[in-house]
Ligand binder design. Sequence first.
Ligand code: NAP
Length: 312
Amino acid sequence: MPKRVIIIGSGPAGYTAALYTARANLRPRVYAGSVSHGGQLMTTTEVENYPGFPAGIMGPELMEHFRKQAERFCAEVVYQDVRRVDLSRRPFVIETDEGRDDAHTLIIATGASSRMLGLPEEQRLLGHGLSTCATCDGFFFRGQEIAVVGGGDSALEEANFLTRFATRVHVVHRREKLRASKIMQDKSQANPKIAFEWNSIVEKVLGEEKVAGLRLRDAANGKTRDLAVTGVFVAIGHIPNTRIFEGQIELHPNGYIKTFGGTKTSVDGVFACGDVQDFTYRQAVTAAGTGCMAALDAERWLEHHGIQAEES
Ligand code: NAP
């Protein structure tokens, strides 16, 4: 028997979709991933902007709550990676290393990953002075001197935001020309707390247990120098996790899934929510919101096609 709903992804969007479809007695199955389940919040420390937690909560603990709440209503969480999907057949086919599944509706909540610099110390220092989210972690750098790596709108937006807390924000960019929009460039250049480190390639993030600085190589003359900062925000873009859907579903030119009027995708019965379709807001709370929308959209789709929920 095909599943009524399969959800791929276990961040705030995936688990919220699971919670809502489970409470509608649709018995969803969630493919949570084998290693990196829980999404981007698993790599943050304290989350202070998720409503309902006035004292803040650690990212992994928040995701544990999401999972338990979905499981309480009998969502089935499977810790496997989906390797392939076939959306041209009905029911849809979902394949993992361990088997294959069929589903009448599919909710894609595979998220996006921050593009990283690719340095070996990045994983060790993530959450220990190294961050990919100024909105999440900026507050912890009050009174400190920090750096933002990147030259696009995200980097400058984060740099401007971070000047609320930091004494100085160094924007480290590998070229001498910014990619960001003119308005954002003007705003940043007029901000007295922002300094630009041009032609600077990050060679190493310094510090053993927490960030102590950046080793920068001058792209023009190859010379290296150390910049003493206690925080580093990597803002060099995101990569949506859409590889397994390429060629089967309509994507924006930047690789994110196109949604139409809510969470519908170009394939009837396939819904997308969270960061995999959102390159504007990218917040846990907005991801959870669209997860709820996807669940309601899937529920309506099933009802419209005469596929019943389970009797309680
Ligand atoms: P982006 O525009 O692709 O910029 C990425 C930046 O990171 C570029 O400056 C790039 O350098 C640099 N970079 C990439 N890989 C790097 C590496 N390995 N090492 C060092 N630097 C690297 O990404 P984004 O800033 O996240 O913006 C994505 C989209 O969202 C854009 O369309 C942007 O306009 C939009 N956005 C808009 C707003 C807003 O309007 N408020 C805010 C945020 C984002 P190069 O320039 O040398 O390639």
